[in-house]
Write a protein that binds this ligand. Structure first.
Ligand SMILES: [Zn+2]
Length: 415
């Protein structure tokens, strides 16, 4: 196994030109050396040398013969996608999900774990370590073939230090995720906010492929957005860009966990939906939900509302329609500010598409300026339950394939 990339670093990938070539092969492979030289503007001997090193590291392999333009048929190169693997972790509000994937992003194994009640940071980190161990084992590949671990962590994250600054649903602060996992597994670890990681996953494997400017909006227990500008994740000055859950929709609205009133999260988050359904029932409206929870209205949750609406429950349908309108206000603000080509909706709320999308689009029509509103498409994510875990391992792939500005510059000129 001596030809493998040294474990614990991307040492074999340090050359900017090499990663530029690797990214070209990923995006356009199978591709000839001559075509790579043309696209990267590197000289043919440089390309031949660097491709030689990439083949030696087993990241690239020679595959089929291409069409000849006169002389010998060129040998085409492709990514050796099944020689290496990456791990993606989603540390959500209530549970932990771990997946492994090959370099094409195909998921090979997954495990799910629950947290201990009232856990400490140490217990949380131990659960992360166990999840990584279990999913690597389930993948049944040699340890040396794993290239890195990506973590999509809910709450505020410092991606440069790999710290969770504040995990509101676990009530934990300053968790050194990167440090601990790197120490334990001797692999590079990337940590990012969950929705921002998902946005990157969407741009590699989801509805955002080939779209330079889009926003991924996750509406679940919490509400957040990941913003892609010019094919790059936009983090903001102190890594909080996209916290749309805490933009004000109604200054007289309910109190939010952040201390303000009427934040978007208090109007469209899972808790808000349950609260509005409870209020309607308490005011005497009839609903199947009351039967389902046997009178204990505190048990009502967002998932139940979707099911009840499908069965024709008018309270549930009304709550979801209101949610669509509020979300429409939030998205109109985003659209007027950033003028994206696409908004990808994900999270529990996207399951209520049938009841929510129409009032949402009506609100956008009224509130977003005509030009940006006409330019934007609103779609539902298709990455499914693993969307954030997929985003998490994409953090590692992104680092491997585009660790510098150079390859991005090459990308930009190709788009
Ligand atoms: Zn708030």
């Amino acid at each position: 196994m001596s030809e493998l990339i040294p474990v614990g670093s991307f040492q074999g990938m340090k050359s900017l030109n090499k990663s530029a070539i690797l990214n070209i092969v990923r995006q356009y492979g199978p591709i000839s050396r001559a075509k790579i030289a043309k696209l990267t503007k590197l000289t043919p001997p440089t390309v031949t040398n660097l491709v030689g090193e990439l083949i030696e590291s087993r990241l690239v392999v020679e595959s089929t013969l291409g069409e000849s333009t006169g002389g010998r048929k060129p040998i085409l190169l492709r990514i050796n996608s099944s020689a290496f693997y990456v791990v993606g972790l989603y540390a959500g509000a209530k549970r932990l999900k771990a997946v492994t994937a090959n370099l094409d992003g195909n998921v090979l194994a997954q495990v799910e774990m629950r947290y201990q009640a009232n856990q400490t940071s140490e217990q949380f980190l131990q659960t992360l370590e166990t999840a990584v161990e279990n999913v690597m084992q389930a993948t049944q590949k040699p340890k040396e073939s794993f290239l890195g671990i990506g973590v999509g962590m809910h709450g505020l994250v410092d991606p440069e230090q790999g710290f969770s600054l504040f995990a509101p649903h676990l009530n934990l602060r300053n968790i050194p995720i990167k440090f601990r996992l790197e120490k334990k597994f001797q692999l590079p670890v990337e940590v990012e906010n969950d929705v921002r990681a998902q946005a990157l996953g969407e741009s590699w494997f989801g509805k955002g492929v080939g779209i330079p400017n889009f926003i991924c909006v996750h509406v679940g227990t919490g509400v957040g957005a990941g913003i892609i500008i010019n094919n790059k994740l936009y983090r903001g000055t102190s890594f909080t860009a996209g916290e749309i859950g805490h933009t004000t929709i109604d200054s007289n609205g309910p109190k939010c966990s952040c201390g303000n009133y009427g934040c978007l999260e208090t109007m469209v988050g899972g808790g808000a939906l349950a609260r509005r359904a409870q209020q309607a029932i308490r005011l005497g409206k009839e609903s199947i939900l009351e039967e389902w929870v046997q009178g204990d209205l505190d048990e009502i949750n967002g998932e139940m509302l979707c099911k009840a609406a499908q069965l024709g429950d008018s309270v549930a349908a009304e709550v979801l329609a209101d949610t669509g309108r509020y979300l429409g206000i939030g998205l109109a603000n985003l659209i007027n500010t950033l003028n994206p080509a696409l908004i990808i909706l994900s999270g529990g709320v996207s399951k209520a598409e049938d009841y929510l999308l129409k009032p949402l689009l009506n609100t956008l029509e009224k509130r977003a300026l005509t030009k940006p509103a006409n330019a934007v498409r609103i779609v539902i994510s298709e990455l499914g339950e693993n969307s954030i875990a997929i985003g998490a391992f994409t953090l590692v792939l992104n680092k491997l394939f585009t660790p510098s500005g150079l390859s991005d510059a090459v990308n930009d000129s190709l788009i």
